[in-house]
Structures are given as C-alpha cells and as structure tokens.
Design a protein. Structure first.
Length: 276
C-alpha cells in the first residue's frame, strides 16, 4: 500500500515537499562511497516523470551525484538507451537508477553489457522490476540488479500467509509481479475499511463519505502482515522495506537478511521537488 508522500499544504506551491522512504539509499551509500550516476525517467507523461523526481531528489540528498538524467519512452527500443550508457562510460558512473519499467531495465542492462560497462556498483530499481520477465528477458545481463520492495517478497510465501494468499489468488508465482502485489494490498485496505463501516452502520451505511471517514482512522495497516505498519489514515509514508538482488538468475533478499521480515529502521525523508 503506497501512501502518496506529497505534503498537501505545498500542493499549489512551485516547490513541493514530498516524503519518501530512505532505507535503500542508506544501504547503498553506506557500502559504496561517493556514488554518482545516471537517472532514467519515464517521459511519456508529466505524471510518470514527476513520480520519479522525489526519489531522485532523495538520492541526491544522500550524496549521490548526477551524471545525467534522461527521459525515455516506455515504447523505446534498446537503441534509445545508448546515450544513457555512453554517459555512464564517459563519467565512469558507479550508480544507475531506472525509473521506467522492467523492460527499460532489461534494455539498459543489455546495452551496458554490449558496451562493456564495468564501473557501476549499484544498478537500482523499485517494484516495477520485481517481475519474472526481468529475469527471463534480461538473462545474465541483469545479474546484480537491485530491486527495492515495501512488502514481503513472493519467495517467502511460506513465511507469510498474506503473500501466500496473493499468490494463490492470482494463479501462482508466475502470474505475480510488484504492481500486482501493490494492488492486492490496496484491495485488502478497501476490504478492511468496508468491513469497519458495515460493522458500525450496517450494509446500508456504506457510502463514499463514510468510507473516507473510516479510512482516516486506520493508522496501523499491514495488509494482514504483508507490509510493515503503515499510517494510511495519517497519510504518512511507511519506512519499512526489503532489498532484493538478482543472483544466479533469481531474486535473493540482501537486506534485511532474515526471511519474512522487513527493515523499518531506514526511516523517511522530506525533500523539496519542483514538478514539471
């Protein structure tokens, strides 16, 4: 369940305040000094471009210097990633963040492999890359790819009933992906709010106004244990997450190391962002 981190008091300001989780940035910058690199953005719509800007601002605030920011269409072929890879080579970049889709990550990594890139220490992506097609289509080109999640990974369904229920309801792990898991948790939130309204007011009491009123009261949502505690009612971004990495063609958890857990110590940070 993703809570939008925009501070509503700044929604009409030229520079807006947005809160994002910072666990991954702390993990990468602690283990790799002086990171610098490129950032890709989904350039098809202003909304998709703007969605990535808070994340980029957050990484910069942790000292990750930019070697270039590139808009790429979700329909672009692999050739469109040549300028990104050239920028990596010219600057000997040590970091690369993909803010487009899993396919973009496949193209970026394959192009980097073709051009012999060997300086990048952190290939970064979020839940859009938590997709079996990244592994199948990327092959050995996506080895070492980091993927950050805010829910217990599918590989640990035995440790988490909610993840197991999700996989069973979508028809198995082969039909599951990061966006699907996000939708599942949103569905569980909807279920909980509806049940609370019906319990208090009966079935005829379910209205949009009552739904929003009851939703504002939920401050410890976990999607039956799939997520860390999330203050949805307070519109606060939760700090919990897990970092996965592609190793030998599989998604493997790297932080925290204990299966079935999330790291909630990474915290959040509010950054100033100027949207397009």
């Amino acid at each position: 369940m993703i809570v939008v981190g925009l501070d509503c008091a700044t929604k009409d300001a030229a520079q807006k305040k947005v809160t994002v989780r910072t666990g991954a940035a702390k993990y990468y910058t602690k283990r790799n000094k002086n990171l610098h690199g490129i950032f890709s953005l989904a350039g098809d719509l202003k909304s998709t471009t703007n969605a990535a800007l808070p994340l980029i601002a957050m990484y910069k605030s942790f000292g990750v210097k930019s070697d270039g920011e590139f808009k790429v269409s979700g329909l672009s072929p692999q050739a469109a990633y040549t300028p990104l890879v050239q920028a990596i080579k010219q600057s000997s970049s040590t970091y690369a963040l993909n803010n487009v889709d899993y396919k973009a990550d496949v193209f970026l990594r394959k192009e980097a492999q073709i051009q012999g890139v060997n300086t990048v220490k952190v290939w970064d992506c979020a839940l859009q890359c938590y997709d079996r097609r990244l592994l199948e289509e990327g092959g050995n080109a996506v080895e070492g790819q980091y993927v950050t999640l805010f829910f217990i990974p599918f590989e640990e369904a035995k440790q988490n009933k909610s993840v197991n229920n999700y996989l069973q309801n979508v028809g198995g792990k082969d039909k599951a992906d990061g966006f699907g898991a996000q939708a599942w948790t949103a569905g569980l939130f909807f279920r909980d709010v509806v049940n609370n309204v019906v319990k208090a007011d009966g079935k005829s009491g379910l209205t949009r106004a009552r739904f929003l009123e009851e939703a504002a009261k939920i401050h410890n949502f976990t999607a039956d244990g799939m997520l860390g505690p999330t203050d949805v009612g307070g519109r606060k971004v939760g700090p919990c997450g897990v970092i996965m990495q592609v190793k030998n063609g599989k998604f493997v958890r790297v932080s925290p190391t204990k299966k079935g857990t999330l790291d909630c110590s990474g915290g959040t940070k509010t950054v100033d962002v100027t949207f397009e």
